[in-house]
Design a protein around this ligand. Structure first.
Ligand SMILES: Cc1ncc(COP(=O)(O)O)c(C=O)c1O
Length: 390
């Protein structure tokens, strides 16, 4: 089957978080948005078909969660990631951020320290702070043009008493697909200091060609025992508006605590459309996913080449996974408001301003490349022209 990722689909006036907030957030309804991490591509055909079929029934009553839904998850991870998951380890949760928040609440003490590796997806900070815990940073360091973990600094945080780590794997915004060696070294420290790991692997299926995601819980039985893995089909197949995700927890004690909270908050009911979409995606979406990743890898090459030619002052990190490009714009000599002015007013484009991922992101921008190449080109052209005219 062929898929037309070049096709531009008008998403304005579709209640799109990304496309319909130009006026409200940036004072200009026509800004070109390449920020929020969803895709401007149609979901796989099998997903669209099954949703249309379900919608046609016309009654949207309470749903049971079918075994075949869990089986589709198990089968996907067995074949795509070599991970054998037992169906009873899976707990449905409305969203990954919900899981992160519940894990902070359940697996750390009030007022305690929770470690994240900055710069990182901004809700990591929110879920720690809103649960009354302290954000403790283990900043990533740039070595040889990529972000790496600082194990020495991490050990000082663990030695000082932090008992929970929020891991972003693959990493947003840095696009790292952590290697087995890196994860094992991290895991050894966690085991040594009795740290529980919440591994947000929502980007697990988005390792770009030539890279392989390693689920943290597959590293060893000991590491599986201290890990909550947060997953979803939503990032992979462009379904985030369906608001559905799940955790995989093999440790019965951790799972009991987590599921207890899900029940208390009545978050456990099945979402009517989501399980159809997830099953169709996992059973029939593999070919679409591979084609999409190849297309995005082409966008990555295009963007990196374009910036090298037209704005060599900025330095993108080549992503190994995700469809996000993290760009060091400090060479432009602008502060946060200067970068915003450049994007929203002069270039009329919206990328994510880097400091929202933590102070280490100041002077950086994140560009979402999951869109037709003509949009990437239009946005970069405007941005480079505006930056060169400063
Ligand atoms: C690392 C990471 N976790 C979680 C999410 C959001 O997941 P959800 O919509 O299921 O809360 C995103 C979305 O961009 C993400 O990048």
């Amino acid at each position: 089957m062929t898929f037309d990722f070049d096709r531009r689909i008008d998403r304005r006036n579709t209640r799109s978080y990304k496309w319909d907030q130009g006026e409200k957030l940036y004072g200009d309804k026509d800004v070109l948005p390449l920020w929020v991490a969803d895709m401007d591509f149609l979901s796989p055909p099998a997903v669209r078909e099954v949703i249309a079929k379900r919608a046609a029934i016309g009654i949207y009553g309470y749903s049971i969660r079918e075994d075949s839904y869990l089986d589709s998850i198990v089968e996907w991870f067995r074949t795509r990631h070599g991970w054998t998951i037992k169906p009873e380890w899976i707990t449905d949760v409305p969203s990954v951020v919900t899981s992160l928040s519940l894990c902070v609440e359940q697996f750390s003490e009030p007022g305690g320290d929770v470690v994240l590796q900055s710069p990182v997806y901004y809700p990591f900070y929110d879920v720690i702070r809103s649960n009354g815990r302290n954000v403790v940073k283990n900043p990533l360091v740039i070595r040889d043009g990529r972000l790496e973990m600082d194990y020495e600094q991490l050990e000082t945080l663990f030695r000082a008493g932090a008992k929970l780590l929020l891991l972003c794997s693959p990493h947003n915004p840095g696009g790292r697909v952590w290697s087995r060696e890196e994860l094992l070294r991290l895991g050894e420290l966690c085991l040594r200091y009795g740290v529980t790991v919440v591994s947000d692997e929502i980007h697990c299926d988005l390792a770009l060609p030539g890279h392989k995601h390693i689920p943290f819980a597959t590293l060893s039985p000991e590491l599986a025992d201290i890990t909550v893995t947060c997953l979803a089909a939503t990032k992979t197949f462009n379904l985030p508006g369906l608001h559905t995700s799940y955790t995989v927890i093999s440790n019965p004690e951790l799972r009991r605590k987590f599921e207890g909270r899900i029940k208390t908050l009545s978050l456990h009911m099945a979402q009517h459309f989501a399980q159809d979409a997830v099953q169709a995606a996992y059973r029939e979406g593999g070919e679409w996913l591979d084609a999409m990743l190849t297309y995005v890898a082409g966008n990555v090459d295009f963007a990196i080449d374009y910036l090298a030619q037209h704005l060599p002052e900025v330095k993108p990190l080549r992503p190994e996974g995700t469809y996000l490009l993290w760009i060091d714009c400090r060479g432009l000599g602008l502060d946060v408001s200067g970068l915003k002015e450049l994007m929203y007013r002069k270039a009329k484009v919206v990328f994510n301003e880097g400091s929202s991922f933590g102070s280490e992101g100041e002077g950086w921008l994140r560009i979402n490349l999951a869109c037709p190449r003509s949009i990437v080109e239009e946005a970069l052209e405007s941005f480079c022209r505006a930056a060169n005219g400063l």
